[in-house]
Design a protein around this ligand. Structure first.
Ligand code: HPA
Ligand code: ZN
Length: 331
C-alpha cells in the first residue's frame, strides 16, 4: 500500500514555498550571501523545530526567510522543492509565497516572483509538473499593508493565479481583509484563506461568507459547527488539510486522532498537503503514508483524497479530466 500511495499521480494545493527551505539549503544560502546564522550547525537548527503552536513555528519560519536575498536564491528554493515533488509523483502544484516577508526586508517583489516563476516554468518543461502561484497576505499585519502591496501583485497577474491569507490566525479574523479580498475577486483572482487551523469555526464562516473563498486552507475547526460543515459539503468547497503540520503545531494531539475520516464521512472535499515540509518532517507522500497508518485509511479513502486533489485544483475542467483519467489507471 505504501508503494501504491507513492506511485499515485497527485496534486499538491497547500505548500508554502518558504516552508520547503531545508536546513542544508538554508546554510548554503547563508554562506553564499555572507549571512551569519544564529545556529552553529544543521543539527542545532533542527533542534529548534519543536513547536507548541503556530506562532512558535512562524517565529522560526520568518527567521529562515532571511537567507533568501537574490533571484537565484528563490530559484534554487523552488527548484529543490520541485525535485522533491517529482519523487513523490506530484504532477501539479499550487504553491503559496509570502511577499511581505521579503518586501519588508527590502527585497524587491520582482526578485521574488521572477526567481520563483522561472523555476516553476523550468519544472513544467523539464519535470512535467504544472503549477499555479498564490500570493499570501500576512494577516498579523494591517490590511493597509496588504492594500499597499496589492498593485505589485496586479502587475504580475500573468504569473499569479490567486491571493491567500496566512500567518498568525488568532486575533486576525478574515473580516479584517474584506476590502483587499473584494478587490482581488473583482480583478479575477482566485481567493483562498487559512481558516480554522487554530481559529474558531466562526473564522471559517467569515472566509466563506465575507471573503468568498474558492478554497479553505486547513479548515479543521469547521467540524465544531455542524451546520457550517454541512454548508461547506453542499457547496463543494475544498479543504486543503495538512496532517503532519496539524501534528507538529498541536492542532491534533496525536495523528491517530486526526479528523480526516470524519471530514470524508461528512462529504467534505478534503485534500492532503504538506504545508511547510522542511519544518514539519515530511513531504506530501509522508503525509499520506503516516496519516494512512495512523488512522487506518482504506484504499478507497486514499484514492478519494487523491482524486479530490485534482477536483479542488484551479486547473481548467478539461485538464482535470485528463489527470483523473490517468489516476484511474492506478485505481
Ligand atoms: N499557518 C499559517 N501561516 C503559515 C503557515 C501555517 O501553517 N505556514 C506558513 N505560514
Ligand atoms: Zn499553510
Amino acid at each position: 500500500m505504501q508503494e501504491w500511495i507513492h506511485m499515485l499521480p497527485k496534486a499538491e494545493l497547500h505548500m508554502h514555498i518558504e516552508g520547503s527551505l531545508e536546513p542544508e539549503l538554508m546554510f548554503q544560502l547563508a554562506e553564499r550571501n555572507g549571512i551569519e546564522l544564529p545556529y552553529a550547525s544543521v543539527a542545532e537548527l533542527k533542534a529548534h523545530y519543536d513547536f507548541n503552536n503556530l506562532q512558535e513555528f512562524l517565529d522560526i519560519y520568518y527567521l529562515g526567510c532571511d537567507v533568501l536575498r537574490t533571484e537565484a536564491d528563490f530559484y534554487d528554493l523552488a527548484w529543490a522543492y520541485l525535485q522533491r515533488a517529482r519523487e513523490d509523483h506530484v504532477v501539479h502544484t499550487e504553491i503559496f509565497f509570502d511577499p511581505q516577508s521579503h518586501t519588508d526586508r527590502g527585497i524587491a517583489f520582482e526578485t521574488v516572483i521572477n526567481g520563483l516563476y522561472r523555476a516553476f516554468k523550468d519544472g513544467e518543461s523539464q519535470l512535467g509538473i504544472s503549477f499555479h502561484i498564490i500570493a499570501c497576505f500576512l494577516r498579523h499585519l494591517p490590511e493597509q499593508a496588504a492594500l499597499d502591496l496589492y498593485p505589485e501583485i496586479l502587475k504580475h497577474r500573468d504569473k499569479i493565479i490567486g491571493i491567500g491569507l496566512d500567518s498568525s490566525e488568532l486575533g486576525h479574523p478574515p473580516e479584517k481583509y474584506l476590502r483587499v479580498f473584494q478587490q482581488a475577486k473583482q480583478d479575477g483572482f482566485k481567493v483562498v484563506a487559512h481558516a480554522g487551523e487554530e481559529g474558531p469555526a466562526e473564522y471559517v464562516r467569515q472566509a466563506i461568507d465575507l471573503l468568498a473563498v474558492d478554497r479553505i486552507d486547513h479548515g479543521n475547526r469547521c467540524l465544531d459547527d455542524e451546520f457550517l460543515t454541512a454548508q461547506i459539503a453542499q457547496k463543494g468547497l475544498a479543504l486543503t488539510v495538512c496532517p503532519l503540520s496539524n501534528l507538529k503545531l498541536k492542532v491534533v494531539k496525536d495523528l491517530a486522532l486526526h479528523p480526516i475520516k470524519t471530514m470524508l464521512h461528512k462529504g467534505l472535499l478534503a485534500t492532503i498537503n504538506s504545508d511547510d515540509p522542511a519544518y514539519f518532517g515530511g513531504y506530501i507522500n509522508d503525509n499520506f503514508k503516516q496519516l494512512a497508518d495512523a488512522v487506518g485509511l482504506s484504499e478507497d479513502e486514499i484514492f478519494t483524497l487523491v482524486e479530490n486533489s485534482f477536483k479542488a485544483s484551479f486547473l481548467p475542467d478539461d485538464i482535470k479530466s485528463i489527470h483523473l483519467k490517468a489516476l484511474n489507471a492506478f485505481g
